[in-house]
Design a protein around this ligand. Sequence first.
Ligand code: HSE
Length: 292
Amino acid sequence: MVTARAPATSANLGSGFDTFGVALSHPADTVSVERAAETTIEVSGAGAEFIPTDPERNVVGAVADALDAPAHIHIDKGVRPSSGLGSSAASAAAAAVALNELYDRGYSRHDLVPVAAEGEAVVSGEAHADNVAPALLGGFTIVRSDDGATSIAADLSLVACLPEVVVSTRDAREVVPDSVSMADHVETVGNAATLTAGMCRSDSRLVGRGLDDPVVTPARAELITGYAGVREAALAAGATGVTVSGAGPSVLAVCEPGERRSVAIEMVEGFADAGVGARAYQTAVGDGATVL
Ligand code: HSE
């Protein structure tokens, strides 16, 4: 048996829609695999009841198919589905790493990015690599349209606040504008470049500033009850920047390590003020998938 762990991730980071992602030090999914004649799947943990065990409809079934690696697969979910924290990507990445090891396929983590992205397509309909890339490679990642991915290690404190609201990925993609003005394009490029420079320097001020996004985030924020208040509360508690995590509903804040606890408390309080229950993960930029 081989067991692998892959982390939750936060895609987009505001200015890097469908491009940027970051691995979180926790939470994470754990996937165990054993050789079998055909693939079977068991799921336990956070939100397990919402995850299909039919290999045709589960990300890890698609990953096993792509690697020609049939197995009995047990997924222990640390990352709740529909959280905006890369739940299916965590399972896909952990399964890809575990099956690669079990069958001695010899693929690199970079090779496994398109494999895990294909698994993601089973559940989301589209193969976005902006969650699977950080789940596999760790750190801050930039994915390109040719499926290539670049990873940069960064030392940065984060809070990911997960409210008890449901935002469908379909709705979250429908509100994305079809086009952008040149002024918004120029602002977005400046913010994305600032964020990238901040990641290279592990500079929370630059990263927080670079999260600003005039195009996608304002539209998506409307889908998250309490977002404006939570954002204000996090900034008042010392966060250097706040944005929607992935397609939502989680909200991501960047801060200094000493402010992390108070930012987390204030974000949960901000959702409570809007009548929404929430939990906050006090986390950091973390590593990619590992064999345990
Ligand atoms: N970049 C994607 C989105 C992440 O924001 O829709 C979720 O797959």
